[in-house]
Design a protein around this ligand. Sequence first.
Ligand code: SF4
Ligand code: SF4
Length: 419
Amino acid sequence: MTTVIDRDAATRTFLAHTEGHLATYLEGCVHCGLCAEACHFYVASRDPKHTPAYKLFPIAKAHRRNKFPLALLGLAPRVTAADLQHWEELLFDSCTMCGRCTMACPMGIDIASIVGDARQAWVAAGLGPADLFAAADSSRDHGSPLGVTPEKLRERIDWIADEHDVEIPLDRPKADVLLTLSSVETMKYPDSVASMAKLLNHAGVSWTLSSKGYEATNFGYLAGKADIAKVMVQRIVAAAEGIGAKTVIIPECGHAFGVLRWSAPNMIGRRLPFEVLHITEYLAQLKRAGKLHLTPLNEPITYHDPCQISRRGGATADARYLLQDFATDFHEMAPTGTENWCCGGGGGVQAIGRAANLRYQVFKLKMEQVEKSGAKTMVSACSNCRLTMDESKAHWKWDGGLASLVELIAEHLVEKPAS
Ligand code: SF4
Ligand code: SF4
């Protein structure tokens, strides 16, 4: 079947996003190329098409044709169907929206956010990666990208509670804290769900999960499907308001944190009536309040900063604070923190099957970083990073260890010492 590519709809979508600051970004690029070496895809492939600035060409082309002074003369070329086909791989498979290029750009151009907005043009054109789009549609229709419906959630939570001998409240009518989950954790890393429950119970937090708003991941945002992105946010907001939550905790998921913390108010047109904290930020608060009691971890570990939590999220220091006095043999990678290399699977790239080989190439950067650090295990606070890295580890038969931060902390809980 031949795909009909609606380039005019794509152009209209590009132009809708070039109102305001985005036009400044597009006009501000001085083509210096400094962003290239900052991008893990370019560094892994050495292919000029993976230069971050090159990803802006279709949207910049639409802008030049329609909004620059030359547009009056009708001289600038139009966006073509061939442009959209060529750049699909560049905007979806080879941009994790990690934001590392912005750190290198002398003009401060936020390529990650432009890519996020520009993806909507592929949806409008009738193009885009089918598997990523299916994950978004499943989120809207079933509640999660992996088909975790409210009924399935109930079954799964019962099973995890039973298996790990931990109380996991679901649908309490009132609670101070609403915990959300990534279905990657619910289905693939259930230990992570049990660990968060153990930690919150240990600290005596008034919390619950909700079958009305449980899915933290937002594949609508990643796929460029703005309507689905909004629905996913609204479900969490409604669930939190329903129980009177003061705080919504985002689990170990990077983009889920970025979307709810930074983008959600614009999506729903009002301020969120609760604070949004990543689980590492919330655990750091508990630690500051003297509510986490741990035995030390003496193995050599390092910490992988998930891009949306550290570089774009601002929670770099809280992860270190959690590890301080706990991980007695901690090794930083170089570069680290806000400069750290991406896992290669953020921004929805993990869900795109045809991008697997590129992800594996990117993971070589991580393997090299860990080996140079002297650590034996790389710890992360994002289940999407973890899944990406688990698959890449298997591909390369790498013998380095991978672990979740919340699981490690939960494994080292001890009863409150007698005062
Ligand atoms: S946001 Fe990250 S993946 Fe995307 S172009 Fe910039 S450095 Fe590369
Ligand atoms: S570093 Fe910034 S100004 Fe230079 S090419 Fe990249 S996006 Fe353009």
